[in-house]
Design a protein around this ligand. Structure first.
Ligand code: C2E
Ligand code: CA
Ligand code: CA
Length: 493
């Protein structure tokens, strides 16, 4: 692509790999930047580097912007890491290093110029500093790299912080009248016994490179099972494709909830479970595949807020149409740990004008068992609002039966893995029977999920399970279909 002109008009030449040519005229920086972004949105696969520097805007060497960001310097990193490690070892506390690197920063510099790049780094550094705990140390390792040393945080709290950094960073940033969505790659490394400050930093750096290779905008722990190169590339491509589908679904309304009834032995409806579906791609992708990606790229909060509101609105609509039934909404760990979760829940209840008793949240067994203060605090606050709490996928984690009595749960859902062994497997049979008795003793409603045969349904009813859910009775369906199903089901009873 060639653009020509004189005087105040600046002309741009773009080498386009896809061979498509177009022509645009620009007269100052703002228009120029907007044009570049417009061009990229038309050709999203085109790397920013394909656009040649404009009027020398891309020139200039690396700048020292330490004056802009009050962080420690790279030269001091080893001494600081040494100090943090010594202190933590003295108090027998863990130390984790987060290595944060801004994605595609060179391209940002090329597009906006170095002066603007410096300001972008400064804004992003401030965003990072705003979310890290006061006891942590922030070091600027290079032009666009930062290290945070975190003493005394548990791995789960570190992951929570990494998610927070991702979502802070990806907030729109206004540059020359254009909103950009920056992202970072984060490497996490928990210091091992006897590890030196250098090793701590190197391991976090290596994990960051791994995060970058997987497409960026994510965190990765050091030592995480490395996939073979080919498998890794394929996996990253799939994740990138899913990430882009999720962004599109959120922007264009490609998300929906399907509802699966949970039915009592007398045929009445205990609840309906809301299951998310993403229909941008062809074929649609399953939540089992897209929820982990959403968690990795920091989109789970938005998806979660959407499902809370949509589920609550459905509960309200069902009530208005004469079907007073609970709606059970799935919540993942990253969601529960996010700062705005309780506010989003309250907001959804208020917006939908639905009583909390008609909403239930499903959380996995392993999440309930996490004894971290944030998890236990949030679970208790949820119960305080009057919303029900179901232990999902029970039997897949490592429950400590003693802990079960202290959980603020109202329901226990046996995982499909248990139900599918019924009624033949006598050992499973004994466990289901004993656990049902114990759960009843603790005041929990017991549900069997994944019921696919009449024999499984019969076994569940024989053991006194309060309700069942599965393809044998009904598959997940859109809300409109659910209404018809409820009517027919009511007539059959
Ligand atoms: P889950 O919470 O255990 O949901 C039950 C899954 O089992 C659903 O798969 C459902 O379609 C499937 N299922 C139900 N009955 C049967 C049966 O009889 N046989 C078999 N083979 N499968 C059955 P789905 O919709 O693919 O969801 C997978 C998982 O994705 C869910 O497992 C849940 O962990 C997660 N998920 C779904 N929606 C959401 C959501 O809105 N938010 C979050 N955080 N996670 C969600
Ligand atoms: Ca569930
Ligand atoms: Ca489940």
């Amino acid at each position: 692509m060639f653009i020509q002109g004189t005087g105040n008009d600046v002309f741009l030449r773009v080498t386009c790999t896809c061979g498509v040519l177009c022509r645009e005229e620009v007269s100052h920086d703002a228009i120029l930047v907007r044009m570049r972004l417009k061009f990229l949105s038309v050709f999203p696969s085109l790397p920013l580097s394909a656009i040649a520097p404009i009027n020398g805007a891309g020139g200039g060497g690396a700048r020292d912007i330490l004056s802009l960001t009050a962080l420690y310097r790279r030269e001091d990193s080893r001494a600081i890491a040494d100090r943090v490690l010594t202190k933590a070892r003295h108090h027998n506390q863990p130390v984790t290093a987060l290595w944060i690197d801004i994605d595609r920063f060179r391209q940002i510099n090329d597009t906006f110029g170095h002066a603007c790049g410096d300001l972008i780094i400064d804004s992003l550094a401030k965003r990072i500093q705003a979310v890290v705990p006061p006891a942590s140390q922030c070091i600027r390792m290079g032009s666009d790299e930062f290290v945070i040393l975190l003493p005394s945080l548990l791995p789960i709290e570190v992951e929570q912080l990494a998610c927070k950094v991702l979502s802070q960073i990806e907030k729109p940033l206004l540059v020359h009248d254009v909103n950009i969505h920056p992202s970072v790659s984060i490497g996490l490394h928990k210091c091992r016994e006897g590890e030196s400050p250098d090793q701590l930093l190197e391991n976090a750096d290596r994990a960051m490179i791994h995060a970058k290779r997987q497409g960026g905008n994510r965190w990765v722990w050091s030592g995480q099972e490395a996939l073979s190169r080919e498998l890794g590339i394929e996996h990253s491509r799939r994740e990138l494709a899913i990430a882009s589908m999720l962004h599109e679904a959120l922007a264009c309304g490609g998300l929906s909830l399907r509802y699966q009834p949970i039915i009592r032995p007398d045929g009445s409806i205990e609840a309906v479970e809301a299951l998310m579906s993403c229909a941008v791609g062809n074929p649609p992708i399953s939540p089992g595949e897209f929820i982990p990606v959403a968690e990795k790229i920091g989109l789970i909060d938005k998806l979660g807020e959407w499902s809370l509101l949509e589920g609550a609105l459905c509960a309200a609509r069902l009530h208005r149409q004469g079907w007073p039934t609970k709606v059970a909404i799935n919540v993942s760990r990253a969601q529960l740990l996010s700062e705005g979760f309780l506010t989003a829940l309250q907001g959804a209840l208020l917006c939908a004008n639905v009583s909390p008793q008609w909403i239930e949240l499903e959380l996995t067994e392993s999440l309930f068992m996490e004894q971290t203060p944030t998890v236990q605090y949030n679970l208790q606050r949820i119960r305080d609002t009057g919303v029900g709490l179901a232990i999902d996928d029970f039997g897949t984690g490592y429950s400590c039966l003693a802990t079960l009595k202290d959980l603020p749960a109202t329901k226990l859902k046996f995982d499909r893995a248990f139900i599918k062994c019924l009624p033949e497997d006598t050992r499973v049979l004994a466990i289901v029977r004993a656990m049902t008795d114990l759960a009843h003793y603790l005041g929990l409603v017991v549900v069997g999920e994944g019921v696919e045969t009449e024999a499984q349904l019969q076994a569940c009813e024989d053991f006194g399970l309060d309700a069942t859910q599965g393809y044998f009775q009904a598959k997940p369906m859109p809300e409109s279909q659910l209404l018809t199903w409820l009517e027919n089901h009511d007539h059959e009873r």
